[in-house]
Design a protein around this ligand. Structure first.
Ligand SMILES: [Fe+2]
Length: 448
């Protein structure tokens, strides 16, 4: 088998005894097949609340229609797995190759402009769903064959890519429903139960630091162990002693910043941040709106519709930009943690939290005595610019465009959010965004 030949060459000094046994190969493919079905079916269930019209909406240039997300994630498997690895594969419809490309340059023709995606009333939602079913059938055919290591790795990459888009589907539809005067709720049921619980007192934890290692260090040659190329190589970093907050910053604390004229005091802001405040007229996080009916004077739009801020005061503040997080930290006489500090703290904690699987779809009150709430609720802005680790090498070919092509002008986000699938995030996971964006579920934690 040619694949075996490639494996042996790639393994270099390793003996054949190190290679997976046929039984292990079967297990690997059956686990991959199970994961494939689970991820694809979650996308389907996330879209089930939405009508065909809902799935057409693109409320701002940063967003994409849910129908497009469903098609684009399928395009990824067709382009990077089925076309190269299933010899008798026939594309579902050749025009989709260009239509549902995102930004990848290598696959060929330049894709249509992103801001035009809501114009694509054709193909219909039914045809996009037929595309998904067709590709699922062909992926099943591929995964029933003897294992091909590269195809397996790309399948894992495609599944992790689809999980990123699951988060984007909810992020994008939230914005669309926010702008709709009818203010539809994506999910029924209020966020009742938070009021009066009270956020635990913020505690400071001192960590020694020293010469530590960060980055993903597990055996990435195992097809079932996945990380993005931006998480490796694992490497040494010297860390000065630091203190980190036990939980994220709450809406109650952020409201104090607003009440203290935080948005009107230039001395609290980075220069670009202050320019952004003047340009945009920001006076609160995205999705906060003045509401005299609530005793705080504000209400907040969530995936479960509008809620008075008084109900959410002790939950983490969400949908703030890096500029706002940085200004708040300065106002409190603190700073944001670096990504190294964050990962060092997170590597000592359990990977659990209010993630998509909890289906709350909004940040929740934290508990616990340790450095808590690192995973889930909302991504945490760090003080670190997004660049490659020492010795960084992008995935080969077009797949290197996933993470490496964005290493300029972005800040690192860590920890996942209430719309991140639980098995997608980990301590080494590096998300990133431009410092003025607050469209995603982004919040903060203090360090000193
Ligand atoms: Fe994508």
């Amino acid at each position: 088998m040619s694949v075996g030949g490639v494996r042996l060459a790639a393994l270099g000094g390793k003996s054949e005894a190190d290679l997976p046994t046929p039984g292990r190969r079967r297990d690997t493919m059956s686990m991959l097949d199970s994961k494939y079905r689970a991820v694809r079916s979650l996308t389907h269930s996330l879209a089930a609340n939405l009508s065909a019209e809902d799935q057409m909406v693109q409320s701002c240039p940063e967003a994409s229609p849910v129908k497009w997300h469903q098609a684009h994630t399928t395009w990824f498997f067709e382009t990077f797995v089925l076309r190269p690895f299933l010899a008798d594969y026939k594309p579902f419809r050749e025009e989709f190759h260009r239509l549902f490309n995102d930004y990848y340059i290598s696959p060929g023709e330049k894709p249509p402009e992103k801001h035009l995606r809501a114009c694509f009333s054709r193909p219909s939602l039914d045809e996009v769903l037929a595309f998904r079913t067709y590709v699922d059938g062909e992926m099943g055919r591929l995964m029933a064959r003897p294992v091909d290591e590269e195809a397996s790795k790309r399948t894992m990459l495609g599944l992790n890519h689809e999980q990123q888009h699951q988060e984007l589907m909810l992020t994008d539809i939230k914005h669309a429903f926010f702008l709709n005067p009818l203010a539809p709720a994506y999910e029924q049921g209020s966020l009742d139960g938070e009021s009066g619980q009270g956020m635990p007192t913020l505690r400071w934890h001192g960590l020694e630091g020293g010469l530590i290692e960060i980055g993903h260090g597990e055996k990435v040659e195992d097809p079932l162990v996945f990380c993005f190329d931006n998480e490796i190589p694992r490497h040494k970093v010297y860390l000065e002693p630091f203190r980190i907050a036990s939980r994220k910053v709450t809406c109650r604390e952020y409201l104090e910043f607003i009440s203290d004229d935080g948005y009107a005091r230039a001395e609290l802001w980075l220069s670009d941040g202050w320019e952004t405040v003047k340009l945009t007229g920001w006076e609160a996080p995205l999705y906060w709106e003045r509401d005299p009916a609530d005793k705080t004077g504000w209400r907040v739009f969530t995936l479960r519709g509008w809620h008075g801020l008084s109900l959410l005061l002790d939950t983490p503040v969400c949908h703030i930009s890096f500029f706002e997080a940085d200004a708040f930290a300065r106002w409190r006489g603190c700073r944001l943690p670096t990504e190294t500090e964050w990962e060092f703290a997170a590597s000592q904690e359990e990977r659990s939290g209010n993630l998509l699987d909890a289906r709350r779809l909004h940040p929740a009150t934290a508990g616990g005595e340790r450095v808590d709430q690192l995973f889930g609720d909302c991504w945490e802005w760090t003080a670190s610019a997004y660049t490659g680790y020492p010795g960084y090498r992008p995935f080969p070919g077009a797949l290197g465009e996933c993470a490496g092509s964005f290493m300029s002008g972005q800040m690192v986000l860590r920890g996942g959010s209430c719309v991140t699938p639980a098995d997608h995030v980990r301590a080494t996971y590096r998300n990133f965004s431009q410092p003025w964006t607050r469209f995603r579920f982004t919040g903060m934690r203090l360090a000193a």
